[in-house]
Design a protein around this ligand. Structure first.
Ligand code: LLP
Length: 434
């Protein structure tokens, strides 16, 4: 579900035409629908109503724009953070640090100190040495740091290798076989307060099976930990996949039933129907950490065609966004639907590419597109998660602007970077001065 739709041949985000946004704000431009974000948060939260004590912690690595953080904080969300920088952004956006869980395998002293000072809900610990370090730093300020251990359940998530996290091939968490001993040791440390247990098996998981498998595998441990240490929560992580290819969404029921992967397509209802019965009897607080599900389909990257170029082999549609703006196709071979801002007659088959000096700088290969031409705007859909958040200044390209749409209104929620921003903080070594 999302709020990017054609009305009278023009593509709108809610009540605002994208062509208007492209004209007034320039391109490349990230556009987000406040309604889609809100609806996704609430759908998921309500589907989990069978868990009265629950907290949806938005995995802000997916999108860390302050307006989106504020929106989700206002909806009652917490945040899954992975750096001091992310915690800083939450605090700046008016979010509640007591609703933050801090994951990541490489937390530094500085980051741990900052999180202690801000009073976060929990450190999700990813190794035995990390507990020693948190203990030491908490002792320094006479505190007991709340921790959960991230359990690696060694369950295959059946997703892209680069976003699988819950097997022993991955650097994340502590092996399920070892975790009890680590808890037992943690319980002896004066600077540690054992608060919960956490897991996260991967991202863009499109069926409920891997979640069920992992939760079932970890449940006996959770029960034991509740008895031993009176833990108060179990976080089952994020990873709920979204639909990037609308051909899947519009497929007939017959097609669904013929296609095993599609039959099990993940919805909040399906997710909750399988997981709530497993989790509710625990009587613990349950956390989930969705990123992509909340914001993925709520965002589009709007870009303008600069040139259409034909070689003896193929046609290239060259747009003004590049892999520095949206790296997902280059990095994961991911699919993003590409639609024109104004519907046109006819089609063409082309590679849609950016201006960056790499052959990997593409958004689609051999894609059948609306017949676009120089100057036309197009939108890359489902770019709200891991789009702007992974953008860079590669090729010295200023970061795109971001806009939040709410009904018929819009606000620029991040200004386009200026070229002057590009070398801010750089200095020419003294001995090189002219
Ligand atoms: N919790 C933890 C501990 C995580 O590491 C992640 C994502 C999440 C939650 C949220 O996962 P989500 O609900 O968004 O699937 N850049 C990649 C995705 C990387 C995901 C990293 N961890 C992409 O563009 O597909």
């Amino acid at each position: 579900m999302h709020d990017f739709k054609f009305k009278n041949g023009r593509l709108y985000c809610e009540g605002v035409a994208l062509e208007q946004l492209a004209r007034e704000c320039g391109t490349p431009l990230y556009v987000y629908s406040q309604h889609t974000i809100t609806a996704h948060f609430q759908k998921l939260d309500r589907a989990l109503a069978g868990l009265p004590d629950r907290l949806v912690c938005f995995a802000m690595k997916a999108n860390s724009n302050a307006a989106i953080l504020r929106l989700l904080a206002n909806l009652g969300g917490g945040f899954d953070i992975v750096s001091a920088g992310e915690l800083f952004r939450v605090v700046q956006a008016g979010g509640d640090s007591r609703r933050c869980v801090f994951a990541g395998v490489g937390k530094t002293d500085e980051e741990i100190r900052y999180a202690l000072a801000q009073g976060i809900y929990c450190f999700n610990v990813e190794s035995a040495p990390e507990i020693e370090r948190i203990n030491r730093l908490a002792r320094e300020v006479n505190e007991r740091a709340p921790i959960a251990i991230r359990v690696n359940p060694n369950v295959e998530a059946h997703t892209h290798a680069k976003i699988t996290t819950g097997t022993y091939e991955n650097k994340f968490g502590i092996a399920i076989e070892d975790v009890e001993a680590v808890y037992a040791h943690a319980a002896t440390l004066p600077g540690i307060h054992i608060r919960g247990v956490q897991m996260h098996i991967g991202s863009q998981i499109t069926s409920v099976g891997p979640f069920v498998k992992a939760v079932k595998k970890v449940l006996p441990l959770v029960k034991k930990l509740r008895q031993l240490y009176a833990i108060e929560f179990f976080s089952i992580g994020g990873g709920i996949g979204i639909c990037y290819d609308p051909a899947l969404e519009s497929a007939t029921p017959e097609w669904w039933s013929r296609t095993p992967k599609a039959r099990a397509w993940l919805t909040p209802q399906r997710y909750a129907a399988s997981l709530v019965p497993l989790l509710a009897p625990l009587g613990l607080r349950v956390l989930i950490e969705p990123g992509r599900f909340i914001v993925g389909n709520a965002g589009a990257l709007v870009t303008r065609v600069q040139y259409v170029k034909s070689t003896p082999e193929k046609t290239f549609v060259i747009v003004d966004a590049g892999m520095n703006d949206l790296i997902r196709p280059a990095f994961y071979d991911s699919y993003h639907q590409i639609v024109p801002l104004r519907q046109t007659r006819g089609t063409l088959v082309a590679d849609v590419v950016g201006p960056i000096c790499e052959s990997g700088d593409y958004f689609a290969k051999g894609r059948k597109l609306a017949a676009v031409k120089e100057g036309d705007g197009v939108a890359l859909l489902s770019a709200g998660a891991y789009g702007m958040a992974m953008a860079s200044n590669y090729n010295s390209r200023p970061l795109a602007a971001e806009v939040l749409v709410n009904g018929n209104r819009y606000a620029v929620v991040r200004e386009r970077q200026a070229v002057e921003d590009l070398n801010r903080g750089e200095k020419v070594a003294g001995w090189l001065k002219r």
